[in-house]
Write a protein that binds this ligand. Structure first.
Ligand SMILES: NC(=O)c1ccc[n+]([C@@H]2O[C@H](COP(=O)([O-])OP(=O)(O)OC[C@H]3O[C@@H](n4cnc5c(N)ncnc54)[C@H](OP(=O)(O)O)[C@@H]3O)[C@@H](O)[C@H]2O)c1
Length: 225
C-alpha cells in the first residue's frame, strides 16, 4: 500500500476503529468506516473517518466489493465484533461470517491488503480443542479461529493481529508484538497504533502477530468482547 491509501474499516464505529481514524489521517491515509446504523455517521466524522453504511449481516460480497471499487479502496481492516454479550449465533454471523465476507469482497474487488483483528487465544480451539473457558468465550474463539483459517487460505496480502484483552486506557507505546505473547491487557489505543503501522508494512504480509502490553505485572483475562 502506498503512502496515500484508502483504508476501509469494517466495524467503523468500533473503539479501535475510531482511535485509528486520526492516526490513519496522520499517516496520510483516508479512512472509510462501515456502519450499519447511519446515526453513527457523526461520530465517525468526529474521528476523521468517512462514514459508509453497510450492514455485514445484510450485504452480499458483490455489493461489498462494488463499494470497495467505488471508493477505490487500497486496504481493508476487519475491526468489527459481536460484543461481549453476543450469542453464539451472532458470534458466527459477525466474528466469523463478517470477516469471511470482508475477505471475499476484498478479493472480488482486487484489494490485496487486509488486516484482520483476531484475538489472543484463537488457536486454542484448533483441531476441535475445547479450552477451559466459559462456553460463550469458547464459541467466540471458534468464530475468530474460523475467520483466521478462511483468511490464511486466500491469495491476499493479509496480516492477522491477535491482541490480548483490550482496555480503554491511554496509549503507552509499550507493547510486545511477536509470534507468542502473554495475556497482558493492552490499551485499544496501542492496538490502533500497531494496526496503522502494520498496514504499510510488507514484512507483515502472511503473518500472524500477537500483541500485548509490555507489562510484567499485568495478568488480566480476556473479556470475551
Ligand atoms: N474485547 C476484547 O478484549 C478483545 C480482545 C481481543 C480482540 N478483540 C477484537 O477486537 C476487535 C475490535 O474491538 P473493539 O473493542 O474496537 O470493538 P467494538 O468497540 O465492540 O466495535 C465493534 C464494531 O463492530 C460493529 N458491528 C457489529 N455487527 C456489525 C454488522 N452486522 N455490520 C457492521 N458492523 C457491525 C459494531 O457496530 P454496532 O455499533 O452497530 O454494533 C461496532 O461498531 C474485534 O474484532 C474484537 O473481536 C477484542
Amino acid at each position: 500500500m502506498g503512502d496515500m491509501g484508502i483504508v476501509v474499516i469494517v466495524g467503523g464505529h468500533g473503539k479501535i476503529a475510531r482511535l485509528a481514524g486520526p492516526m490513519l489521517r496522520a499517516a496520510g491515509h483516508t479512512p472509510i468506516g462501515l456502519v450499519r446504523n447511519p446515526v453513527q455517521a457523526a461520530d465517525l466524522v468526529s474521528a476523521r473517518i468517512v462514514p459508509q453504511v453497510l450492514d455485514l449481516e445484510r450485504a452480499g460480497a458483490a455489493q461489498f466489493a462494488r463499494m470497495l471499487r467505488d471508493r477505490q479502496a487500497t486496504a481493508v481492516v476487519f475491526a468489527a465484533g459481536s460484543g461481549a454479550e453476543a450469542s453464539e449465533y451472532r458470534q458466527d454471523r459477525v466474528d466469523r461470517a463478517g470477516a469471511v465476507l470482508s475477505a471475499e469482497a476484498a478479493q472480488l474487488a482486487g484489494v490485496r491488503r487486509l488486516v484482520q483483528i483476531s484475538t489472543l487465544g484463537a488457536d486454542s480451539v484448533a483441531d476441535g480443542a475445547t479450552p477451559d473457558y466459559p462456553p460463550e468465550f469458547v464459541s467466540y474463539l471458534r468464530a475468530k479461529w474460523a475467520a483466521e483459517q478462511d483468511l490464511r487460505a486466500r491469495d491476499l496480502d493479509w496480516t492477522i493481529l491477535r491482541p490480548a484483552a483490550l482496555t480503554d486506557g491511554p496509549a503507552t507505546g509499550r507493547v510486545i508484538l511477536a509470534d507468542r505473547v502473554a495475556n497482558h491487557p493492552v490499551p485499544r489505543a496501542d492496538v490502533a497504533a500497531v494496526l496503522v503501522r502494520l498496514l504499510g508494512d510488507p514484512a507483515s504480509f502472511g503473518g500472524v502477530l500477537e500483541l500485548c502490553a509490555d507489562d510484567e505485572d499485568g495478568d488480566g483475562g480476556p473479556d470475551g468482547g
